[in-house]
Design a protein around this ligand. Structure first.
Ligand code: SF4
Length: 260
């Protein structure tokens, strides 16, 4: 992609500005993909390629992202120069950033959410055989002619619950780290509600709440794993309570597109 194509996408009025900043990145389920410049850029990169090329493009997606960032940076520097802005004065203080990162890593919310991502990952890996066995039992029921509509509902619910849990377990920690690192409000562009910390914490909170529901579904259907699931639920619910305590205005944050 060149600068001209990049500008064409970003100047398109059909896009919702900043929508990708506070989403869960689950593009295949997103109702706003047509209004998202990031999604459009990604699909534009893929468009017109053979499946072999697509694989190659996926492999190189990080490079593509870097390419876009470099173009954006180059444009930003040009605009700053034309406007007489001293970029040196705006350079991020690396030491201060490192300090924020360290403080975020050591924060109880980050420790707890990281613990949750490990627990959820391990549980889903360890119990893969359990889900397989569940599927086999359904096949057997079908062979015996005792398959019920409720079996299909259960199967769909398990699939949905696992999809959500697996999509969210790393993301919750990542979004909370960002929220913790960016707690200092930039009063020039933000306010006490519309700020990056609240936006990032809200995305995490939404993931936490839907993951809690998903674990409850698994608890109902696999009660032989009750103790393990209850332990995970306790850690995740702790994270939910901590988010609400640390970011009391989190629910008031309006995510571009999604909450408007
Ligand atoms: S806003 Fe939707 S389409 Fe865009 S990056 Fe987020 S999830 Fe994907």
């Amino acid at each position: 992609m060149n600068k001209k194509e990049f500008l064409k996408i970003f100047n398109g009025s059909q896009f919702i500005s900043g929508i990708h900043n506070y989403c869960d990145r689950w593009c295949e389920r997103c109702s706003y993909s047509e209004k998202c410049s990031v999604y459009t850029m990604d699909t534009k990169v893929q468009k017109g390629k053979s499946s072999e090329e697509e694989k190659e493009a996926v492999k190189n997606s990080m490079e593509k992202t870097n390419e876009s960032l470099l173009i954006a940076l180059e444009m930003f520097e040009e605009i700053a120069k034309e406007s007489g802005i001293d970029l040196e004065a705006l350079r991020i203080n690396e030491e201060a950033e490192k300090q924020k990162e360290l403080e975020a890593i050591e924060h109880p919310i980050a420790i707890n959410s990281k613990k949750y991502s490990y627990m959820a990952y391990e549980w889903t890996q360890k119990n893969a055989a359990l889900f397989y066995k569940f599927g086999e039992e359904l096949l057997e029921k079908e062979n015996l002619g005792i398959y019920k509509k409720q079996d299909t509902i259960n199967l769909l619910e398990i699939n949905e619950a696992l999809s959500i849990i697996q999509w969210d377990y790393h993301q919750i920690h990542i979004k909370l780290m960002r929220a913790l690192k960016n707690r200092e409000v930039n009063w020039e562009f933000e306010d006490e509600i519309q700020n990056d910390a609240n936006g990032s914490a809200k995305v995490a909170l939404i993931s936490v709440e839907r993951s809690l529901k998903s674990w409850e579904t698994l608890l109902e259907l696999f009660n032989e794993r009750e103790n393990e699931v209850l332990e995970i639920l306790a850690v995740l619910d702790r994270t939910r309570k901590d988010i609400l305590k640390e970011f009391p205005k989190v629910r008031q944050f309006v995510r571009p597109g999604f909450d408007e």
